[in-house]
Design a protein around this ligand. Sequence first.
Ligand SMILES: [Zn+2]
Length: 253
Amino acid sequence: MPLVSTDAIVLHAFDYRETSRIVRLATRALGVVSVIARGARRPRNKFGAALDLFASGDVQLMTTPGRDLHALMSFEATRSRPELAESLDRFAAAAALAELLLRFAPEDADPELLDTVTDALNALGQAAPGHAGPVALGGAWRLVADLGFAPTLDHCALCHAALATDVAVSFHHRAGGALCAACASQSRGARTLPPPARDALRSWLGQQATPLLDEPSLRAHQRLLREFLEEHLTDGGRALRALVAWERHEVHA
Ligand SMILES: [Zn+2]
């Protein structure tokens, strides 16, 4: 049973039996894993408040080959993120980012993914009132890019023809991005992407400044992201509940 030391972020946690918690962690060494924190519900347990949602920490895991539930031996919090629970905007957005990782991250080492989600949660925690949505959308699309299925924006996803940057294009989830007019005419189910929406996606994927969005644009972008992810789900199509909740949640300035 090898002991693994790595850094991690708490993505999800739930009670298990009388005294334990099961925690889903994004880790640098092992990707997204499930761990059991034995005794975590006892008063004065060794984990304390370290296992709060979205906290970062240095962890030690006892892994068992062939098992997909590891034992959490210790969690030294390096950064808790209470600011994410202080507003519903931030919390709903952080939960959506966590769900994206829980559903799409492969179970193997992925240092970039941990850095990207860390940056995204830090940015979300500092987002000005009303800006949580665009900041989280940026984090979500960068996670999608790290996971290897970023949408094409400036070339047709099917025939690779270059697309003019200042025109509305068709965006096709299954094809994997923007389409030229010829390919769009033969593809059902495409959505029209106006130039500002494509600019926003380009900024997020290129790690440029976060664009400001009015409420209808924010909603349209949340829907676009969710539909894109739904098209890429491979685990049986369970609903992306946190993303749906984020989309339905009323934005408070
Ligand atoms: Zn084409």
